[in-house]
Design a protein around this ligand. Structure first.
Ligand SMILES: Cc1ncc(C[n+]2csc(CCOP(=O)(O)OP(=O)(O)O)c2C)c(N)n1
Ligand SMILES: [Mg+2]
Length: 580
């Protein structure tokens, strides 16, 4: 049988459930785009920038079930690939599956210095799980299957496949069209380790649960475990959605000095921690400020994460839900009876109430208070609405003030921490979940990076809502500069006329001036979005109060500086605040 590489690639992508590809056509992938255009299962989506395409693909993977679909790129080599790298890097550090298909130069022509000629595999080595070059027709389907298997196995991540130009363009003999068969299975849960973990839990005075993105499919088990032990539950930032914020044992993001008061208090006295689907990275731990008990039970699918920042008493390499299931059964069988957790629940409730009250008790008539914004947003959104954030001060305010109710319904660029993620990711989520409410929350700085991608939402009739927290600054950094340096070097953006971007992209534009208008503006935004038109909400946000996260990391980092450096920093801060 004779087929072109482009045909074979699209056949393989269809078999593994790809529904959309993102990218920009060029001379190296026009055949691929022509085949995608013919496909009844896949829709190729034009983007304004491949970095945006990669964020869209990432968002599709994050909000879809594994095995259902995967975010996929179809890009030109070199220029398209390097543009896409921001999103590929985000997927790599955040453990998100992604398939990147790139055209390639002709390998049969013997010519040098071809257009877009670059060693893509070498460049991508550090930010993909695997990077392949396909040189023959027979390799096309198996290579795409292999890349998909790698991207979705263990801790997921991006995998890259370059189809060399000649293979893509020309027809060639293939021996058959194999079907995709999944080979990878998670390792079996080690019963002895589970029994050790159960012993630690039973002899502990107080156990806490710390859940991350790796536990995104283990919400039911995490709830059952927490209820069985009466244990408080904290999450990471990326895993914020993993445990429902309206559960009485949900404490907050993290539990160290950078956490909200409910989480700090609820974890006081914890002498045992069940950490599941986390790796104790810098951001999630508030710059490693959390005190982790010696009795650490660490469950993760990726064994590389064990004993890196905190030594584990028991390290269990397993799928999160499988391991928790076996652990729950073991605890029950060995006599653990459901604990009420009454004290912990009371602490969480009273601290949460006081915290929310402190953010909402005053009505601000000149700007929008984050507390009021998130309260009004939560009141209007369905439980299964999706919220997408960017990176900035708004991220931590959202994490502290917006209760997320369902797993995988809050997504954030976390360990690669790339500004510009929110707008394209919001478009990607709305494309893949058109019947759900989808709201992006982005700082004005991040909005300047990728805001024009809203044109894609307008073209596709996607009623996503983009709330721009417009403060004129790169606030997350300017706040960190202000205390020690009393300067805002390169963090003042100036005034951004957000309505101009609405005009340019075809989105509706609404201004939220102050607390009094917050509810009505959100109502109007939801109303317009239901008609399939994107809406930009220009939020005149009040950033005068810092997040708990920001306050916490300043304290933690300064506290750890060597004594002489600490003195230098404090001395300089005092001098600058006194003398200017
Ligand atoms: C691509 C990229 N560049 C720089 C940074 C460093 N950075 C982290 S947060 C932030 C400020 C973001 O400003 P804005 O988007 O306005 O959000 P705000 O903090 O004001 O809510 C910056 C510059 C980053 N994370 N990513
Ligand atoms: Mg800003």
């Amino acid at each position: 049988m004779k087929k072109t590489g482009a045909w074979l690639a699209v056949y393989a992508l269809e078999q593994i459930g790809v529904k959309h590809t993102f990218g920009i056509p060029g001379v190296h992938n026009t055949e691929l785009y022509d085949e995608l255009n013919k496909s009844e299962k896949i829709t190729p989506v034009l983007v304004t920038h491949e970095g945006c395409g990669a964020f869209m693909a990432d968002a599709i993977s994050r909000t879809s079930d594994m095995g259902d679909t995967i975010g996929c790129l179809a890009i030109v080599p070199a220029a398209g690939m390097t543009h896409a790298m921001s999103g590929i890097g985000e997927a790599y550090l955040d453990g998100v599956p992604m398939l990147v298909i790139s055209g390639g130069i002709r390998r049969d022509s013997g010519r040098h210095y071809q257009l877009h000629e670059i060693d893509q595999q070498r460049i991508l080595e550090g930010i993909t799980k695997a990077a392949f070059l396909v040189r023959t027709h027979d390799e096309v389907i198996p290579t795409i299957y292999r890349a998909y298997e790698i991207a979705t196995s263990g801790e997921p991540g991006p995998a890259f496949v370059e189809l060399s130009g000649d293979v893509q363009l020309f027809s060639g003999e293939v021996s058959g069209l194999p079907a995709y068969q999944r080979e990878w299975k998670p390792p079996a849960v080690d019963r002895e380790q589970i029994s050790d973990a159960a012993d630690l839990i039973k002899s502990a005075k107080k156990t806490g649960v710390y859940a991350g993105w790796g536990a995104r499919e283990a919400t039911a088990e995490a709830i059952e475990l927490a209820e069985l032990l009466g244990a408080p539950v904290a999450t990471t930032l990326q895993g914020l959605s993993v445990f429902p914020a309206n559960h009485p044992l949900h404490a907050g993001m993290g539990f160290g000095p950078s956490a909200v008061p409910a989480a700090r208090r609820a974890f006081e006295g914890c002498d045992c921690l069940i950490a599941v689907g986390v790796r104790f990275a810098e951001l999630a731990t508030g710059s490693y400020g959390m005190t982790i008990p010696e009795n650490l039970i660490h469950i993760d699918i990726n064994p590389q994460v064990f004993n890196k920042n905190y030594p584990a008493r028991v390290a269990i390499e397993a799928d999160a839900s499988n391991a928790l299931r076996v652990l729950i059964d073991e605890l029950k069988q060995t006599g653990v009876r459901p604990a009420g957790g009454t004290q912990v629940k009371q602490t969480i409730k009273s601290e949460k109430d006081a915290f929310f009250r402190s953010w909402t008790e005053k009505t601000n008539e000149s700007r929008v208070s984050p507390g009021i914004f998130f309260r009004e947003l939560r009141a209007r959104l369905d439980d299964d609405a999706y919220v997408v954030v960017d990176d900035g001060n708004h991220t931590f305010l959202a994490a502290e003030l917006f209760p997320v109710l369902q797993s995988k319904h809050f997504i954030s660029p976390t360990d690669f921490n790339c500004m510009g993620y929110c707008v394209p990711a919001t478009v990607g989520v709305k494309l893949t979940h058109p019947d759900k409410q989808v709201v992006g929350i982005v700082g004005d700085g991040g909005f300047l990076m990728t805001g024009l991608e809203i044109i894609t939402a307008a073209r596709l009739g996607l009623g996503a809502i983009f709330c721009v927290f417009n403060d004129g600054e790169l606030a997350q950094i300017s706040q960190l500069q202000t205390v020690p340096l009393n300067r805002k070097t390169c963090t003042v953006l100036g005034e951004l006329k957000v309505d101009g971007i609405a005009t340019a992209t075809g989105a509706a534009y609404l201004r939220m001036q102050n607390d009094l208008g917050a509810g009505t503006v959100l109502d109007e935004a939801l109303q317009i979005s239901r008609g399939g038109r994107p809406v930009i909400v220009d939020v005149n946000v009040d950033y005068s109060r810092k997040s708990e996260f920001t306050k916490g990391i300043v304290k933690v980092n300064l506290g750890r500086f060597p004594f002489d450096q600490k003195l230098r920093f404090i001395g300089r801060a005092i001098k600058r605040h006194v003398l200017g």
